[in-house]
Design a protein around this ligand. Structure first.
Ligand code: AMP
Ligand code: GLY
Length: 428
């Protein structure tokens, strides 16, 4: 099978690494990829939203399977583009239709969906310029903290947790009156704060049935002890100690099954990954958000932990046999630790040479997944905020974290920073 993977981050490096292990994978192309994926398959210099360029690549290389990494092209209709074209409709595209991708692309759409299907989530209301004054009254009467969310995609920055009413009112004005996130914040969802521990659960669906392919806990704050600004994710562990059978059963019965049933009953075309962003509130699971893709850096731990052949799984999602697949996991625990550029998530410099990539790979079982990197002549240099992540395994979760850090300690670039406390709350 010839595969085209779309994206160029750490998630895509991990997807490329996993798919290349399958005997079903003949040729793997990555658009645009990064220096990490270049060591696994063929990078093609096409951007993720250049559907015309991607179609040309699909036809030239006899692509049978397209795997879409990031949310942007999905919300922009990449599934529909390929499925509605006579030349490419035979290609198996992994990712939901644009309509179904609104589960991630519009907070209001996903909240309505959860309400219709009685899926536990924070209570909420939505506001635009038209009912702006009602929004102000709603905020004033709301308990603290208050969560404000830009309705549309805002590159992970559209959520504000306000601890005072003044802060909430200022953010509300910024989003709606001053269009802080452009059209994405023309509508704002205001919701109840959920107090608990976050966990991400991943499923693959064909729109009718599903398989759970892993779960992880992501450490989103820049500072140790979960302090400071939010980032795209600074590290992950999998499995998560509190995800025992009893909790997982609640997640499946109350959240995953009603979601897939809802997708089916509303005739949403959805063949792809579902990312359930959950909050464990005193043992009860609530949905914070849906994403219509895999997480980053969650993918960098869930795929190394998954034993099942991923390409076979994706084929099963296309040919109606997903229900029959057997999902198997490695017995070990996995951790990934992200190295970021100095200054991230604020301003940072790019172009610093990365040393020690080969040395890191000598740590037994360790993997390096590149994210914000690029080639500069004969070296690999930093090219983003989140630069790379090292994944390792261990008998216990803490061993996995230690091994991932051991691998990361072999790597160096100017300004490199990483959290040394990934998995801290699970220390015995
Ligand atoms: P989202 O973009 O919806 O994932 O939100 C970003 C982050 O904000 C989440 O990962 C949570 O850490 C936090 N968050 C979002 N909604 C809530 C909520 N209702 N209660 C508490 N924290 C939330
Ligand atoms: N790590 C969170 C995300 O991928 O959205």
């Amino acid at each position: 099978m010839n595969i085209l993977l779309i994206g160029g981050g750490g998630r895509e490096h991990a997807l490329a690494w996993k798919m290349a292990q399958s005997h079903h994978c003949d040729n793997l192309f990555i658009a645009p990829g990064n220096p990490g994926t270049a060591s696994i398959g063929t990078n093609v210099a096409i951007q993720v939203n250049d559907f015309v360029g991607l179609k040309k690549c699909v036809l030239e290389n006899g692509i049978d399977l397209i795997v879409v990494g990031p949310e942007d092209p999905l919300v922009n209709g990449i599934y529909d583009y390929f499925s509605n074209d006579e030349d490419t409709k035979h290609v198996n595209v992994i990712g939901p239709s644009a309509e179904a991708a609104q589960l991630e692309g519009s907070k209001a759409f996903s909240k309505h969906f959860m309400q219709r299907h009685h899926i536990p989530t924070a209570s909420y209301a939505e506001f635009t310029l038209e009912n702006y004054d009602q929004g102000i009254e709603y905020i004033k009467a709301h308990t603290l903290p208050i969560v404000l969310k830009a309705d549309g995609l805002a590159a992970g920055k559209g959520v504000i947790i306000a601890f005072t009413h003044d802060e909430a009112l200022t953010s509300f004005e910024e989003m709606i009156q001053n269009k802080q996130f452009g059209e994405a914040s023309a509508k704002v969802v205001i919701e109840q704060f959920l107090d608990g521990i976050e966990v991400s659960v991943f499923a693959l669906t064909d729109g009718f049935t599903y398989q759970i392919i892993g779960h992880a806990k992501d450490y989103k704050r820049i500072g140790e002890g979960d302090t400071g600004l939010n980032t795209g994710g600074m590290g992950c562990v999998s499995p998560v100690p509190f995800m025992d059978n009893a909790f997982m059963q609640k997640v499946e019965e109350r959240i995953i099954k009603p979601t897939i049933k809802g997708i089916q009953s509303e005739n949403l075309v959805y063949k792809g990954f579902v990312f359930f962003g959950l909050m464990n509130c005193g043992g009860e699971p609530y949905v914070i958000e849906y994403n219509c893709r895999l997480g980053d850096p969650e993918t960098e731990v869930i795929l190394p932990r998954l034993q099942t052949d991923l390409v076979s799984l994706l084929a099963a999602a296309d040919n109606g046999t997903l229900e029959d697949v057997n999902i198997e996991y490695h017995a070990a625990s996995f951790a990934t630790v992200m190295a970021v550029s100095g200054g991230y998530p604020g301003d940072y410099k790019k172009g610093f040479t990365i040393h020690g990539l080969a040395d890191a790979a000598t740590i037994p079982g360790a993997l390096v997944f590149q994210a914000g990197t690029t080639f500069n002549e004969n070296s690999i240099v930093t090219n983003g905020g989140r630069v790379l992540t090292t994944t390792a395994q261990g008998e216990q979760l803490q061993d996995a974290v230690e091994n991932a850090q051991k691998a990361l300690s072999k790597i160096h670039f100017e300004g490199m920073y990483f959290r040394k406390d990934i998995g801290y709350e699970f220390k015995p």
